[in-house]
Design a protein around this ligand. Structure first.
Ligand code: DGJ
Length: 731
C-alpha cells in the first residue's frame, strides 16, 4: 500500500510538474521547457516527452522503474515518435495513416495537453491529446496502468471534425520503441488441433509481421501473443523482455521493424489489411487494447503478472470458482437421446463433477442436427432426441444435484437450415461467386442489427425458457472467406472491424442481463483466445486435440499468457496413455471430463473420483496460485510445473515424463516460490489405478524445509515414457 501511494504521488508529480531542461541549463526565455509524461506500475515506467523543439510527442523511456524526479529530469530527447504518422517526414512504418477531405494524405500530430487520473488505489489512466495543427483531427493516446500487476494497457481514440467522413488506413493501438543490441521474438503458431507451438528467433533489420486475416476470430495460424526479449534470449527467471497481447477477437497485426540504427519499433493493433475505415465527423474511433508487461526477471514473472491481471481485470469473474464438468462431445458426438443423456447425468453425479455440458447436436427439426452438415441456425430442441425439451434435462440434472450447461454456435449457419432459407441476406457471402464452406457452414452478418438481435435472442430466449441453465459453451467454427455484407453496402472494408465490435455489442447486452453466467469461449478448438473476448467469458477451450502428450505443449504455451483457471482441459479417449497420465495433464488447468464413464473399470472410476475430489480440494492453488514452470518440454524429455498459493503454505507440483532415451536419468528439480523457512510435507496424490506410485519415487510422504526443496530439490519422477506424478506440498 505504501508503495502504491508513493507511486501515485510520483506519477502525479511527473505527469504535471516535471519539465526537463536542455543540456547546459535553462531553456531560452522564449522556448518552453520539455514536458515529461510518466506512466508507471510498481516496477515499470513508460515515459513520454514533448519536445519543446517541435511540439511532437516522443517515447523517452520504457523499462525498470526510475527512482524519482531527479532521474526523470535527465531523460534526454529521443527520435522515437510516440505515435508516428505517415505523409510528412517519417520514413518507417507509421502507427497511423489517413486521407483528409481535401485528399491531403498526410497527418502531423502535436501535443496539446494531457491528464492523469487515478481511478482507484491500483489503476491510473493517462490521456495524451495530440492534434494536427492544420486539420481538425485529434488523436488521444491512452495508457492505463495496473500498478500491482505491473501491466500496462494502451489504446488510441481518433476523432475528426472535418466536413465529411475521412478514411483511416492505419490505426495502431500501440507503438513502442526499444534500443538493444539484439532482439529475440517468441511467437506462437499452429493450426486446428495444433495450437500454440512456440518458436523463438532473432529479429533482423527490416520488418517482421505476425498477423491474421480470419475475420471472425483472432487466430488459428498465428496467435496474438508474443515475448520480445532484449539483448539476450530470456529464460524463465532471467532476461529483460516484454510479453504483449492484443485484446481483439478479429484480425490482428504485430509489426516489428528494426531501422538502420538498430532501434526496434513494435506496432500492435487491428490488422489494417483490407480494412480502411471511414470515420464520420465527430465520431470517435477507438482501437482495441494492447496489453503488455515488462520483466527483467524472465518469462516466469511476466506470466505471473499477466495471470494476476487476468484474474483481477481481464477475465470475467476471474477470482471466482470454476465448475468441473462432464462434456459429451467426444463420448457421444451427435448420437444421443434423452435416455442416454439421463445416464450421463447419473455419471456426472457419480464422478463427483459439478456440471453436465450438452454439446452440439441437440437442435433443429426440419433439417435435424445429426451431423455437421445440417441444422445450424435452427435453435429449437430436436423433437426426436429431446421430446421433453431442455427443461426436462435441467430438471433431471437438478434432481441429481448437478448443474446443466449447453453448447451453442449462434454466429453461424448451415446452408441446410431454415435460417438460411428464410434470411439469405443475413449471411456473409459474395455476390457472383460460389459460396465457400468451412465445416459445411457460413458466417452470419453480425454487422446487421437484425442479426445482432437474432444472436442475442438465441441466448436470451433459451435462458428465459430455461432459467436453470447454468453454463454455456459458445462456439465459432469458422473464419470468413468469400465474405460480403449486404448490410454494409459500399463499406465492405469495414466488415472485419464492425463484425468484432458487433459481437462485443451483443455480448455487452447479454452480460447486462446475465452478468455471472459462466460461458466457455470456444472456436473450433482454441481459435478465439484473446483478452478482447475473455472479459465476457469465464474460460476457454484450448484445442480439440486432447491427446495429453500434445496437450502438455499446448497448455505450456497458453500458460505464458493465460491463467490456469481459464484453460479448459478435458480427459478424453484421445491418445494411448494411461488414464492417470490423461488426468494428471488435464489437472494442469481447469479440469473436465469428456469420456464414456460407463466403459470405465471399477479401478478407473475410483481413481477418477479421487482425482476429482483432490482437484476440488486443491483447485484454489492450481487456479489462483503463482505458476512456476520448472522444466520445459521444449528443452527436456519431461515437463514440470508447480503452483504456489499466496501465503506459500500450499503448493501443487505436476511432473510429466514424455520420453526417455536409453540410460537417461532425470535429476532432482529445484522448486520455486516456496518459503525457505517453512517446513513442507510432500505427498504424492493421484496415485495410479493399480496403487503404484510414480516410478522410483522415493521422496513422497516426507517433510523438507522450503530451503532444501528450493536448493537441493525433489526427485519428481522416473524415466518411464508417458508417466506422470502430482504432488501436494503442504506446510
Ligand atoms: C468444435 C469444438 O471445439 C468442439 O469441442 C465441439 O464443441 C464441436 N465444435 C461441436 O461441433
Amino acid at each position: 500500500m505504501k508503495n502504491l501511494i508513493c507511486s501515485f504521488i510520483f506519477i502525479i508529480t511527473t505527469s504535471f510538474l516535471l519539465h526537463s531542461q536542455p543540456p547546459g541549463g535553462q531553456p531560452p526565455a522564449n522556448q518552453p521547457a520539455d514536458i515529461i509524461i510518466a506512466s508507471g506500475t510498481l516496477h515499470t515506467d513508460l515515459i513520454y516527452k514533448v519536445s519543446s523543439r517541435d511540439g511532437r510527442l516522443y517515447q523517452a523511456y520504457l523499462g525498470a522503474k526510475l527512482s524519482g524526479p531527479s532521474t526523470l529530469s535527465q531523460i534526454r530527447n529521443t527520435e522515437h515518435l510516440a505515435y508516428a504518422t505517415f505523409g510528412t517526414d517519417n520514413l518507417f512504418e507509421p502507427a497511423i495513416r489517413m486521407t483528409h477531405n481535401d485528399f491531403n494524405p498526410s497527418l502531423e500530430l502535436k501535443y496539446v495537453s494531457h491528464t492523469s487520473e487515478k481511478t482507484d488505489d491500483n489503476v491510473t489512466i493517462t490521456r495524451i491529446l495530440l492534434k494536427d495543427p492544420e486539420y481538425p483531427v485529434e488523436v488521444t493516446l491512452v495508457v492505463k496502468t495496473y500498478a500491482k500487476e505491473d501491466v500496462m494497457e494502451q489504446w488510441v481514440e481518433i476523432i475528426q471534425k472535418e466536413a465529411k467522413p475521412l478514411t483511416i488506413f492505419n490505426y495502431a493501438s500501440s507503438m513502442l520503441h526499444f534500443d538493444a543490441e539484439k532482439y529475440w521474438l517468441t511467437q506462437f503458431h499452429g493450426d486446428w488441433a495444433e495450437e500454440m507451438k512456440m518458436k523463438e528467433s532473432e529479429l533482423t533489420s527490416g520488418i517482421k509481421i505476425i498477423d491474421s486475416k480470419l475475420g471472425s476470430r483472432a487466430h488459428m495460424f498465428q496467435t496474438p501473443v508474443f515475448f520480445l526479449s532484449l539483448n539476450e534470449k530470456s529464460g524463465e527467471n532471467n532476461g529483460e523482455l516484454i510479453a504483449g497481447t492484443l485484446g481483439w477477437s478479429g484480425n490482428f497485426r504485430f509489426l516489428f521493424e528494426i531501422d538502420e540504427k538498430g532501434s526496434l519499433r513494435v506496432i500492435s493493433g487491428i490488422n489494417p489489411f483490407a480494412s480502411e475505415y471511414s470515420i464520420q465527423p465527430g465520431k470517435i474511433f477507438k482501437t482495441p487494447s494492447f496489453l503488455f508487461t515488462w520483466s527483467n526477471n524472465g518469462k516466469g514473472l511476466a506470466s505471473r503478472n499477466l495471470h494476476h491481471w487476468a484474474a483481477n481485470y481481464g477475465i470475467l469473474d476471474g477470482t471466482k470458482e470454476r465448475l468441473t464438468l462432464l462434456n459429451n462431445w467426444e463420448a457421444t458426438g451427435f448420437n444421443f437421446d434423452e435416455k442416454k443423456l439421463s445416464a450421463i447425468l447419473d455419471d456426472t453425479k457419480k464422478m463427483g463433477l459439478d456440471l453436465f455440458l450438452l454439446d452440439d447436436g441437440w437442435f433443429a427439426n426440419k433439417y435435424p442436427r445429426n451431423n455437421d452438415r445440417a441444422g445450424l441456425g435452427d435453435w429449437q430442441e430436436n423433437k426426436a432426441k429431446l421430446p421433453d425439451g431442455l427443461g426436462y434435462l435441467v430438471k433431471e440434472a437438478d434432481n441429481r444435484g448437478v448443474k446443466f450447461g449447453i453448447w451453442i454456435e449462434p454466429e453461424m449457419v448451415n446452408p441446410k437450415s431454415e435460417l438460411y432459407e428464410t434470411h439469405p441476406d443475413w449471411i456473409l457471402k459474395l455476390p457472383n461467386r460460389p459460396e465457400n464452406y468451412f465445416r459445411n457452414q457460413l458466417v452470419l452478418d453480425l454487422t446487421n442489427p437484425k442479426v445482432q438481435e437474432f444472436v442475442y435472442n438465441v441466448v436470451d430466449g433459451m435462458m428465459t425458457a430455461n432459467p436453470g441453465i447454468a453454463f454455456i459453451k459458445w462456439d465459432c467454427n469458422r473464419m470468413m472467406t468469400n465474405a460480403y455484407s449486404v448490410y454494409l453496402k459500399d463499406k465492405q472494408s469495414h466488415l472485419y472491424i464492425d463484425y468484432v465490435n458487433s459481437l462485443y455489442g451483443v455480448l455487452d447486452r447479454l452480460r447486462q442481463k446475465y452478468p455471472h453466467l459462466p460461458i466457455m469461449l470456444c472456436s473450433g478448438g482454441g481459435g478465439r483466445v484473446d483478452y478482447g473476448a475473455l472479459k465476457y467469458f469465464t474460460e476457454f477451450w484450448a484445442s480439440d486435440n486432447t491427446d495429453p502428450l500434445e496437450r502438455i505443449y499446448m497448455q505450456w504455451g497458453f500458460s505464458y499468457f493465460f491463467p490456469a483457471f481459464s484453460v479448459c482441459n478435458h480427459v478424453t479417449s484421445w491418445g494411448k496413455q494411461s488414464l492417470k497420465f490423461r488426468v494428471d495433464v488435464a489437472m494442469m488447468g481447469k479440469l473436465g471430463f469428456d469420456i464414456e464413464v460407463d466403459k470405465m473399470t471399477e479401478n478407473e472410476l475410483k481413481f477418477s473420483q479421487n482425482a476429482i475430489a483432490d482437484y476440488k480440494r486443491l483447485s484454489e492453488v492450481i487456479c489462483h496460485g503463482d505458476l512456476y514452470r520448472l522444466v520445459s518440454p521444449y528443452e527436456e524429455n519431461r515437463a514440470v510445473i508447480m503452483y504456489v498459493n499466496e501465503s506459500r503454505n500450499k503448493s501443487v507440483l505436476l511432473a510429466y515424463t514424455l520420453n526417455a532415451r536409453y540410460g537417461e536419468t532425470f535429476n532432482k528439480i529445484r522448486l520455486q516460490g516456496l518459503d525457505p523457512d517453512k517446513t513442507y510435507k510432500v505427498k504424492e496424490i493421484n496415485v495410479s489405478t493399480d496403487g503404484r506410485r510414480f516410478g522410483q519415487m522415493n521422496d513422497g510422504g516426507k517433510s523438507y524445509s522450503g530451503e532444501y526443496l528450493m536448493n537441493v530439490g525433489l526427485n519428481t519422477g522416473a524415466n518411464s515414457p508417458l508417466s506422470s506424478a502430482v504432488f501436494e506440498i503442504s506446510e
